[in-house]
Design a protein around this ligand. Structure first.
Ligand SMILES: N[C@@H](CCC(=O)N[C@@H](CS)C(=O)NCC(=O)O)C(=O)O
Length: 317
């Protein structure tokens, strides 16, 4: 669990906040995760919008709450918790549901949950590459020089934030490169193979009801599908996705936010398609069949892998 030390919180007003306050952004995948669990558990909280498109996460005020400079951050009675998957666990433990826990209980399930929550977290920068590459035009999504400087200089030094700044700096310069898109597709392909293994004999990833693991992966699935990932290559995962999307809280939380941002994604994706550049074509161009380490031996359809047009050097998509 990542709970910040109270002495590290520079925005002192937070220490007096009572109850649950979620600093989040409507269209942030990690924020959506936390909002889904809060909604499923019917918990009351104050939502504080931190607009990432306006670099509100680079203000001294926000960095005084989360020096990592990312959302979500959950304040509970003055304590600040960061890292979305840790926040999910924290919420479930701090507010046990009357009916059941959203954290798997058996030892084997708990081990798988640890493994796959860590894997989901580890894919976050790939998820960003997919989002920024296929759903957000660089000219609009990139941070300005002034914003990058503020992001780097405001708030206390923090290694996690330094990585964020470096990522956004590279994006402002080069956009998402073909290599980044390819790496992301390979990473998701491998992870989805593992998830499909779990779904061979159950409806939800860890049994007969949804858990935090389903929530965490739902937001990745939602985002990559929006971006054009060929999810038909993973029928069991697509069924799981639809099962999740049929739940009110899941559907509602990924559809929040200004229409301008929600509609920009499909428009940009359509424009890319017209240019002949899709996430699906990146997937097709990768020769998964010849990649021993991708963990695809689960009986589901693998990528076609006919093309030799894999781009192995940095260039824009
Ligand atoms: N591992 C972190 C990742 C948090 C993260 O990177 N959040 C994104 C939004 S999904 C963010 O705040 N990005 C900063 C930005 O876009 O400027 C978590 O799970 O909470």
């Amino acid at each position: 669990m990542v709970k910040l030390d109270r002495s590290d919180i520079r925005t002192k007003e937070v220490l007096d906040w009572k109850g649950l306050h979620l600093l989040n952004f409507s269209q942030s995948a990690c924020s959506q995760k936390v909002r889904i669990l809060l909604a499923e558990k019917r918990l009351t909280y104050r939502s504080i919008e931190v607009d990432l498109t306006k670099a509100e996460n680079a203000t001294p005020w926000f960095l005084g709450i989360n020096p990592r400079g990312v959302v979500p951050a959950l304040a509970h009675d003055g304590d600040v918790h960061v890292e979305s998957n840790d926040i999910l666990r924290y919420i479930d433990e701090a507010f046990p549901s009357s009916g059941r826990s959203w954290i798997p209980e058996g030892a084997n399930e708990a081990r798988i949950a640890d493994e796959l929550l860590a894997r989901e977290d580890g894919l976050h920068m790939h998820l960003r590459a997919v989002t920024m590459g296929f759903l957000a035009p660089r000219a609009i999504a990139r941070k300005s020089d002034a914003e990058l400087k503020a992001y780097a200089r405001n708030g206390p030094d923090d290694a996690h934030r330094a990585e964020q700044v470096a990522w956004w700096r590279a994006f402002a310069k080069d956009g998402v490169t073909a290599q980044q898109a390819r790496d992301a597709v390979i990473a998701f392909h491998g992870a989805f193979a593992r998830l499909a293994e779990l779904l061979a004999d159950k409806e939800w990833l860890l049994g007969d009801q949804p858990t935090v693991l389903d929530i965490a992966w739902f937001i990745s699935l939602n985002r990559v599908i929006q971006a054009g990932y060929p999810i038909e290559t993973r029928p069991s995962l697509y069924r799981l996705f639809r099962r999740m999307k049929a739940r009110r809280a899941f559907a509602r939380e990924v559809n929040r936010g200004p229409a301008s941002i929600r509609f920009l994604g499909p428009l940009y994706r359509g424009w890319r398609r017209a240019q002949g550049s899709t996430l699906s074509s990146v997937h097709t161009d990768i020769e998964f069949g010849s990649m021993a380490a991708q963990g695809t031996a689960n009986g589901e359809m693998d990528a076609a892998g006919q093309s030799t047009g894999v781009v192995g050097h940095p260039r824009r998509l």
